[in-house]
Design a protein around this ligand. Structure first.
Ligand SMILES: Nc1ncnc2c1ncn2[C@@H]1O[C@H](COP(=O)(O)OP(=O)(O)O)[C@@H](O)[C@H]1O
Ligand SMILES: [Mg+2]
Length: 289
């Protein structure tokens, strides 16, 4: 089995005159947690949708488990597998979960859709199991999304995604709408579930602090470009791109003397610089003209 599950090769995506994703390449290994950060509008969600085949890249290719997602024939041939093997969780489950459905039916929907026989006998029993698995009492099975808190709704979205036993879980700003204690709970849940299931995890956030503790490697997006890619610890200890440094300095630090040395977050950096290898795992886009 190939070590690389997801291979993103020079993809670009354009909406009219907006180049939302600009020549982005990276690979995610099986079982890896890959953090993707960048400010709002940097192309993160577009990238997530390209990986989920919601969009097709204008340029470039994406290989999932060796299957070229840009190849209609391969896509059709592996349609069912690709649909269950890649699962997406959105920022706001209030809008991604159907408000007219009860939790039980929301969780069971992908199994029904894919005609999967519920391993625990009935869809309800399966939904109850999955719910307990993400830390919610089965008494929530008959609730509607509006009756749940934001954190609970995210747990339901996670439970639904996990019924498909995905190879790749993509979470697009899954904690951005949550308060900080709940945010930590959900991030811990992701960490725990990833360890148990071993799925490959693409965690997207606008905030470096969110991806810091979970990620094996982190990619930094800026205006559609990937400007830096490094193992998490190295990105924090030896950031190279000025935009990465600006993001890092935006994380509050207890020492006020360090706060003063912040580079300007509003500065504009080049995005067309050369992609340069620092070592086997650390890459940066040249920012100097
Ligand atoms: N469906 C769309 N139609 C037109 N422009 C879009 C669409 N989706 C995103 N964009 C634009 O593409 C850029 C990247 O957006 P997005 O991928 O949503 O960034 P992020 O998720 O990092 O906030 C932005 O300039 C945004 O306005
Ligand atoms: Mg987004």
């Amino acid at each position: 089995m190939d070590k690389v599950l997801l291979d993103v090769r020079h993809i670009s995506h354009r909406f009219g005159s907006v180049l939302a994703v600009n020549d982005v390449s990276f690979q995610i290994k099986r079982g890896e947690i890959f953090g993707l950060v960048g400010e709002s509008g940097s192309g993160k969600s577009t990238l997530a949708r390209l990986i989920m085949s919601i969009y097709r890249p204008t340029v470039g290719s994406i290989l999932f488990d060796g299957i070229d997602l840009g190849d209609k024939k391969q896509l059709l041939q592996h349609r069912a597998m690709l649909q269950s093997a890649r699962q997406l969780i959105f920022q706001d489950s209030a809008s991604s979960l159907d408000p007219r459905w009860r939790v039980c039916d929301i969780i069971a929907e992908p199994m029904r859709l894919h005609k999967i026989k519920p391993p625990r006998g009935s869809y309800r029993a399966e939904a109850a199991f999955q719910l307990r698995y993400v830390g919610l009492d089965p008494s929530y099975l008959d609730k509607y999304p509006a009756e749940l808190s934001g954190g609970m709704r995210q747990r339901v979205a996670i439970a639904r995604a996990l019924t498909m036993e995905p190879q790749l879980l993509v979470a697009d700003e899954p904690v951005a709408s949550l308060d900080s204690p709940i945010r930590a709970q959900i991030l811990n849940l992701f960490a725990h579930l990833q360890k148990e299931h071993g799925f490959t995890f693409l965690l997207i956030a606008h905030d470096l602090d969110v991806v810091r503790y979970l990620s094996d490697r982190i990619g930094v997006m800026y205006r559609g470009s990937l400007v830096e890619l490094a193992p998490a610890a190295e990105l924090f200890s030896a950031p190279l791109h000025p935009y990465t440094k600006a993001l890092l300095s935006a994380i509050p630090v207890p020492d006020p003397s360090r706060q003063k040395k912040r580079p300007p977050v509003q500065a504009v950096y080049r995005t067309a610089g050369r992609w340069t290898r620092i070592n086997d795992e650390h890459f940066v886009r040249e920012a100097e003209a």
